[in-house]
Design a protein around this ligand. Structure first.
Ligand code: BEZ
Length: 209
């Protein structure tokens, strides 16, 4: 199944390392960072799981719950988590979905058959509290994700929702943001009383936090 930005993230019911979850109930009114990786006991995945665990406070500050997935069993995940904790100096507490029959991986189009019929690629779904998919990303098996970017894009989405703005290339929190062309200057005066720099009528930059 091919999922797109704006779709409702399909619900599922599954075993995880933290017990059985109904995905939508588990997500509640939080954002979700749902990410797959190819397999337990593999090097790149070990660093990614460790990094997510190290950043759990950063995710919490953004009211975002991490949820991992690989096509291995709960028993394998639990053994592997001990290695992740040991090698990455962390204490992994977020759930990892056990998906040995690839049910959820197929539902979320995480299996790319030219790569593998049984292992997921590195997919990311950022899902908002309305269960809407707000971002999708796909990385190959051989490239670990940049977790600063995962947090940055959550910041950009949340600020965009709060202040009706878009973010420019390489935006970082605190940087100038874009007033979208869908907001005319009269509306912009109300939303951004501090004003803006108009480089072009379609390119207006302001400060918002
Ligand atoms: C890894 O996590 O290191 C990995 C897993 C599957 C294929 C390639 C790399």
């Amino acid at each position: 199944m091919s999922l797109h930005i704006g779709d409702i993230a399909p619900n599922f019911s599954i075993e995880t390392t933290q017990g059985h979850i109904d995905f939508h109930n588990w997500a509640g009114d939080s954002w979700v960072f749902f990410f797959s990786h190819p397999a337990d006991f593999t090097p790149v995945c070990t660093t990614e799981m460790g990094r997510t665990s190290q950043l759990v406070e950063e995710f919490r500050n953004r009211k975002t719950k991490p949820l991992g997935l690989s096509t291995d069993s709960v028993a394998e995940h639990l053994k592997w988590i001990a290695d992740v904790n040991d090698t990455q100096n962390t204490d992994l507490q977020f759930p990892i979905v056990a998906d040995p029959d690839c049910k959820i991986a197929k539902l979320y189009d995480m299996i790319h058959p030219s790569e593998s019929d049984t292992a997921a690629v590195r997919s990311v779904f950022i899902i908002d509290p309305d269960k809407k998919i707000r971002l999708t990303m796909t990385y190959p098996m051989s490239v670990g994700r940049n977790f600063d970017e995962m947090l940055r894009v959550i910041d950009a989405l949340q600020l965009g929702d709060k202040r009706h703005i878009a973010t420019p290339a390489d935006w970082l929190p605190g940087g100038k943001v874009i007033i979208p062309p869908s907001i005319n200057n009269d509306e912009a005066k109300k939303l951004f009383p501090e004003g803006w720099d108009e480089l072009r009528p379609y390119l207006r930059l302001t400060q918002a936090s």
